[in-house]
Design a protein around this ligand. Structure first.
Ligand code: TNX
Length: 488
């Protein structure tokens, strides 16, 4: 698939936002650092400056080269990266490692002679570099950064964006560019929605039909639409994301939103074997579909084999198993499912979903992972290590926190970036509701009604790019920015 890198457009969006918003003395950094103390005077950056790193510190070296690459791109400024101090009087930008900073925290001290970026972790050094990049106004290769002291650490650990690659497919190079600009905003989780009714997008070696069949649909005009990521492509993306301190959390939807999986392997479905309704195909329409996986031991074996390959590809501790919008009619009407429920003594369809979640959760835990699901998984008996992603507003997250489960706020409509941003005619077609930049910026993730301990269970926030109405990569980017900056 041919593809034009959207780098320039994103960069422009980031820069317009940084320099056009009349915010207080933040130095142009998004997100606003936790603490900025401005002093007097300036550090002049020009081509005589050097970047100094501790000898043999690969994380500092990576952060330094990243800063250099960004300044080269936006300012035409390329500085030497060295591990030996230069002659007295050489303007120096130093990366330094020191204990005592939090997991993603860093400090920057700007004096007239020297800039020092200090952190304990690799992510902290990286975020220090990103902040420093943004402190220099773009466009010129000689510029001044005000004397100041910055102390920064994120207030939430999970700062996510969800990308739906099922309804529409995006190229690996687009995914990489998205990871890049996410990291410039210090967003750190890409939740990758890889399977749904309209397409299965991840190569699974053991079950090739998932992609030979499940990745392709016939559109209403008769054309074939689809695509998938090979394991090699995924490995490359995961490796790239690690260099940007972005964790990729894969989502494999079950037991609903599974038409593509069932189209590829019909024995996984629950449609009544004797019914005249045809087996599901990979869907070419939107909305909630009725097809559910069945609850046979064979189906769980299949899912576990799939998850084994997923876990081998994605080091993320959290694995998303969907769980949303499971209309239970097929389960109620299927002889096979009913027979199995009698054996299991779980005949209430809601309880059957809880059984489903429990089986998969146990498997994930046995492999050192924890499941995440949409808030429908919050049912009696949910494992304590399961994470609840609240999309029915924030209620699901609060219920989860009260129950002692970790939770993520991903509420419709505010963090649903498939909603349009304005009523301007330049807005794409799609959802009618308007969620503006300001609406997103004003979203308040802290709920005063939760106790400190309950609040501790709210890991963070996530915005969703559901792609039914985002046919192209440019459209995904349009819908994501600048609202992702407000999210950050
Ligand atoms: C609901 S939110 C869904 C998605 C759709 C989205 C927008 C959620 C967990 N499920 O399948 O894409 O609405 O239409």
């Amino acid at each position: 698939m041919s593809f034009r890198r959207p780098g320039a457009a994103v960069q422009t969006a980031v820069l317009i936002l940084i320099f056009a918003l009349p915010l207080p003395s933040h130095g142009g950094v998004i997100p606003l650092p936790a603490k900025v103390d401005l002093g007097r005077g300036w550090f002049s950056v020009d081509s005589r400056a050097i970047i100094l790193i501790p000898p043999g510190d690969h994380d500092a070296e990576a952060a330094a080269h990243h800063l250099d690459a960004l300044w080269t791109r936006t300012n035409g400024l390329t500085l030497p990266v060295r591990s030996l101090a230069a002659r007295a009087g050489t303007p120096t930008i130093e990366f330094r490692r020191r204990m005592g900073f939090g997991a993603e925290a860093y400090g920057i001290v700007v004096t007239q002679q020297r800039i020092t970026v200090t952190a304990t972790s690799s992510a902290g050094l990286y975020y220090g570099a990103v902040t420093l990049w943004q402190l220099l106004p773009p466009g010129s290769n000689t510029a001044q950064i005000p004397v100041q002291i910055i102390r920064d650490a994120p207030s939430l650990a999970w700062r996510g964006l969800m990308l739906d690659s099922s309804r529409h497919f995006q190229s690996p190079s687009f995914i990489r560019s998205m990871i890049d600009w996410m990291s410039w905003h210090k967003l750190n989780v890409l939740h990758w929605h890889l399977t749904d009714d309209q397409g299965w997008r991840l190569q699974i070696r053991r079950y090739p039909r998932l992609t030979t069949v499940g990745a392709w649909r016939v559109e209403p005009d008769g054309s074939r639409y689809g695509g998938f990521y090979t394991q090699k492509e995924v490995q490359d993306i995961v490796r790239f994301a690690a260099t940007r301190h972005v964790q990729i959390v894969p989502e494999i939807e079950m037991p609903g939103h599974a038409s593509a999986m069932i189209a590829a392997y019909p024995h996984l479905g629950s449609a009544n074997a004797t019914s005249s309704s045809p087996a599901p195909t990979v869907s070419s329409s939107w909305g909630v579909h009725s097809h559910l996986l069945n609850v046979e031991p064979d189906t769980f074996r299949f899912l576990k084999n799939v998850l084994a390959e997923v876990m081998a590809l994605f080091p993320s501790r959290a694995i998303h198993i969907g769980g949303d919008e499971t209309v239970k009619d097929e389960w109620r009407n299927s002889h096979q499912v009913q027979a199995r429920c009698l054996q299991l003594k779980v005949c209430d369809p809601e309880a059957l979903q809880a059984y489903f979640t429990k089986s998969i959760g146990r498997y994930a835990a046995a492999h050192g992972r924890r499941i995440i699901g949409w808030d429908e998984i919050l049912q009696p008996g949910l494992r304590r290590d399961a994470i609840v992603m609240s999309w029915h507003g924030v209620a699901g997250a609060h219920a989860a926190a009260l129950a002692g489960n970790d939770a993520i706020l991903a509420p419709w409509p505010t963090l649903y970036f498939d909603n349009r941003q304005s009523l301007l005619p330049t807005e794409p077609t799609g959802r009618l509701q308007v969620i503006s930049l300001e609406d997103v910026y004003r979203f308040e993730p802290r709920d005063a009604s939760l106790s400190a301990r309950q609040r501790h269970h709210v890991l963070g926030i996530e915005a969703a790019l559901w792609s039914e109405h985002m046919q192209t990569e440019e459209r995904v980017q349009w819908m994501a920015l600048p609202r992702a900056a407000a999210l950050a």
